[in-house]
Unconditional design. Structure first.
Length: 461
């Protein structure tokens, strides 16, 4: 490892290099030459905007491209505007085609005029490849793939393939797997570099290749791409068009980005948080606008809780101690529901569960809910008997706890399936949403059980 990259005081040293008035960009470039782009990325938000621009300008084009590709689509256009057009061209030319397509799209959305100027200084061939990729949906395999792959013919010998690799290899994304295509470009097989190297020079590709190729189409959803690569332990996956012609490959680093992105979205949805913001750069006003609508909806929904309590206020007035247990009961319902919903949403996301599995999940959670309810109910009954010595109230609370736990378990297990059936992301069955539902349902269960158990003791019942 580089000494500078491992030094804990890298940030002060970088700040010193930036602040030295007599050093200039050459000295800063010399300092940055020993620092990995990923290390700089860890320090990126410790720098002021102007300092970030100077760092990017001082980096070698290849390192600057690696750093740029890891920035968000909102940050890329802003920082590129601080560079000269020749500098921008040098950096963008080093990006992989898929990353270049994304960056150009971000530029176009941010500043069409600057995007036009940048496109004019880029190599026409590079631009054509990026434009071709821009035609695909960014959340499908076509939007993830890179067209930089190695394809060979089945009639070639091992010696000819190796000679071809020496010429074509430097421009390919990866050469560990070679793909076999016919004269029309249709994918017919795959050949590993290992198999090629250990084969006799005169052996032909069709004798070495595996004709059973796992592939995806350009319109395959990115989550399915990630699942297939995980299921087969692939590091690269070929992509074909509707005519089975090979058009690109998806590599494991692209899939890792997808997994991170999808996990982030699911976590935010489960917390009823907005998914389309960069929290680090978001202003308080933006956070307010993005979060307020959902939270206001939840607040309005929670007024149903008030309405239920208000409806049964006469019962609470007669047995005041009943009010003390409300937070505990509805809190338990929300916790149980949110917990099982998280488990089911995760299983649906990873395709461990499908819609056809609903009845088996319902039956499983029915039994689990009964066991949880009995455990909670026995605890609640014993707790009330010990501290209050009021058997009727203890029984009412015990029964209520059983029913709330059972109901919450079934609601938490069922809502994700319902959302999937309706074509809605199951992650939207968020903890706040389930908690709100169970608050109302839990109170209705509580007061109906109280009326049933306490009976004649309540004049308002």
């Amino acid at each position: 490892m580089d000494a500078i990259s491992d030094t804990p005081d890298l940030l002060p040293r970088l700040k010193a290099a930036l602040d030295a008035p007599s050093q200039g960009i050459d000295a800063l470039a010399a300092f940055l030459a020993d620092v990995r782009p990923q290390t700089l990325l860890d320090l990126w938000y410790e720098l002021e905007p102007g300092e970030r621009e100077r760092v990017l300008a001082a980096l070698p084009s290849e390192a600057a491209a690696e750093l740029l590709s890891n920035l968000s689509a909102e940050e890329q256009p802003e920082i590129l505007q601080a560079l000269s057009l020749p500098q921008v061209a040098d950096v963008l030319e080093e990006l992989s085609p898929d990353d270049l397509a994304d960056t150009l799209q971000a530029l176009e959305n941010f500043d069409p005029e600057h995007s036009r100027e940048v496109r004019e200084v880029l190599d026409p061939g590079t631009l054509a490849v990026a434009d071709a990729l821009s035609g695909y949906d960014e959340e499908e395999a076509g939007g993830l793939m890179t067209p930089e792959f190695v394809a060979v013919r089945s009639s070639m010998t091992a010696a000819k393939v190796l000679a071809f690799l020496r010429r074509a290899g430097p421009d390919a994304e990866t050469i560990y797997y070679l793909y076999v295509a016919d004269a029309q470009g249709r994918l017919t097989g795959v050949l590993s570099l290992r198999q090629l190297i250990v084969s006799p020079p005169e052996r032909r590709v069709h004798e070495m290749m595996n004709p059973d190729v796992v592939y995806v189409r350009t319109d395959t959803d990115q989550e399915d791409v990630a699942r297939i690569m995980a299921d087969y332990d692939f590091t690269v996956l070929p992509v074909v068009d509707e005519e089975d012609r090979m058009v690109g490959i998806v590599t494991v680093d692209d899939v890792l980005d997808v997994v991170t992105e999808e996990a982030t979205e699911d976590i935010r949805r489960l917390g009823a948080a907005p998914i389309d913001i960069d929290y680090v750069r978001a202003t308080p006003w933006l956070l307010f606008r993005k979060r307020a609508s959902w939270l206001i909806l939840l607040v309005v929904s929670m007024t149903l809780t008030f309405n239920v309590i208000n409806y049964y206020e006469d019962i609470i007035a007669e047995v005041v101690i009943l009010a003390a247990f409300i937070p505990l009961l509805i809190g338990t319902g929300g916790n149980v529901g949110a917990q099982v919903a998280t488990l089911v949403v995760r299983a649906l996301a990873t395709r461990e569960l499908e819609l056809k599995d609903y009845l088996s999940v319902f039956w499983k959670e029915l039994r689990t809910g009964i066991l949880l309810g009995l455990a909670f109910g026995l605890f609640m009954t014993g707790y009330v008997l010990f501290f209050r010595a009021e058997p009727r109230i203890a029984v009412a609370l015990g029964i209520t706890m059983v029913l709330i736990a059972l109901c919450a378990n079934l609601v938490g297990a069922s809502l994700p399936f319902l959302f999937r059936k309706l074509g809605i992301d199951p992650a939207l069955t968020s903890s706040p949403g389930i908690t709100t539902v169970m608050d109302v349902v839990g109170l209705l269960i509580y007061f109906r059980v109280v009326i049933w158990v306490l009976g004649p003791m309540l004049t308002g019942g």
